[in-house]
Design a protein around this ligand. Structure first.
Ligand SMILES: [Zn+2]
Ligand SMILES: [Zn+2]
Length: 145
């Protein structure tokens, strides 16, 4: 684990979708994600949640992650052939994936940049959301090469 200083994610939106209720288990899962912004997989989230709430099951953690993702508090990060990871950062950002150490980190857009205006989208396209994944070697791994 790197000691790199990470900016705290923006606070979650106050208005949440429909009938969402923050149950104890959802809160515990959410706290785990907010506690360490390293994009854990569901099984890593399970291990960390279990340390604080020993009775929680893997199925419950999966359900909580699904609900938190559906209501927009958490983003699911999909990298090909790897299990999904979870990210609570509400700011618009992309993900950098280090192919050497496997770490996933948040990358922010430069100010004024919007992914929807940086690409030539066909006129009339309605963008729902943008997922930006950048792969390569992180500075630490690159310095060891
Ligand atoms: Zn690396
Ligand atoms: Zn992220």
């Amino acid at each position: 684990m790197k000691k790199q200083q990470k900016e705290a994610p923006a606070a979650p939106p106050l208005e949440l979708a429909g009938d969402f209720r923050m149950t104890r288990q959802r809160q515990a899962v959410y706290d785990v994600l907010m506690g360490q912004l390293d994009h854990p997989t569901a099984s890593e989230v399970f291990d960390r949640t279990k340390a604080k709430m020993p009775t929680i099951s893997l199925a419950t953690v999966y359900n909580c992650l699904e609900t938190l993702t559906e209501c927009g508090l958490v983003k699911q990060v999909n990298l090909d052939r790897a299990p999904s990871r979870y990210c609570p950062n509400q700011k618009e950002h992309g993900h950098f994936y280090c192919e050497s150490c496997g770490e996933v980190s948040d990358v922010e857009l430069k100010s004024g940049m919007r992914p929807t205006t940086s690409y030539r989208l066909p006129r009339g396209t309605k963008v729902d959301h943008v997922e930006l994944a950048i792969k390569g070697v992180c500075p630490e791994c690159a310095s060891k090469e």
